[in-house]
Design a protein around this ligand. Structure first.
Ligand code: MG
Length: 203
């Protein structure tokens, strides 16, 4: 399976990192060894002093497709959940300055915890999904899918122009503002519409 991530998909987060609004979706990938499931802990790597949390809505692909037209994209995903796009911000900043790829800052082991998924039919309006991240019980990030620059359907259309989508592939759809550093001992909890979907401890 493949993990696709969309960068710079919320204007307020683009602003907090002083990035430019992209003219096309920013796509990067994480390997399957980045995945943490079932509340597995995240072991803070020693190569970074500035690991950031980024809570994101995650959709799961449920059929094979390539070059998918946007109008047919809803047939390719049925479930949504939350994930954390852990980022070694210190390493990413150096890579960005040098114009080099981000993989070591974004795709390292354990950098993609995911929580449980719910069927989209249980969600009233997928263009209006509230989600949030709490750390040690304190809310640090709030997002709503209505603030995404690229919709779920457009992301599927766009990614599938370049990569064949397969069953089980995940798309991390970008983070809202409020990203910050994690420390050993932190407990991260993610919520969709107030319902707990994700739990991850930093060890
Ligand atoms: Mg992200």
């Amino acid at each position: 399976m493949k993990i696709f991530c969309i960068g710079r998909n919320y204007a307020d987060h683009i602003k907090e990192l002083s990035n430019a609004i992209p003219d096309a979706p920013v796509i990067f990938m994480k390997p399957d060894t980045a995945l943490l499931k079932d509340s597995e802990p995240f072991y803070h790597p020693s190569f970074s002093d500035d690991i950031h949390y980024e809570v994101e809505l995650v959709i799961r692909i449920n059929r094979v497709g390539k070059k998918i037209q946007q109008e047919y994209a809803p047939k390719y995903y049925q479930e949504i959940g939350l994930g954390i796009d852990f980022t070694a911000r210190d390493i990413q900043s150096i890579q960005k300055q040098k114009g080099l790829p981000w993989e070591i800052a974004k795709g390292f082991d354990g950098s993609a915890p995911i929580g449980s998924f719910i069927m989209l039919e249980k969600i009233k309006d997928i263009k209006n999904i509230n989600f949030s991240l709490h750390i040690n019980g304190i809310a640090v990030q709030h997002g709503n899918s209505n603030l995404m620059i690229n919709s779920f359907d457009f992301m599927i259309h766009y990614i599938s122009q370049y990569f064949t989508l397969k069953v089980g592939d995940l798309i991390f759809t970008g983070t809202p503002a409020g990203v910050g550093k994690v420390s050993i001992g932190d407990v991260l909890e993610g919520f969709i519409e107030g319902e707990k979907m994700l739990h991850c401890e930093v060890k």
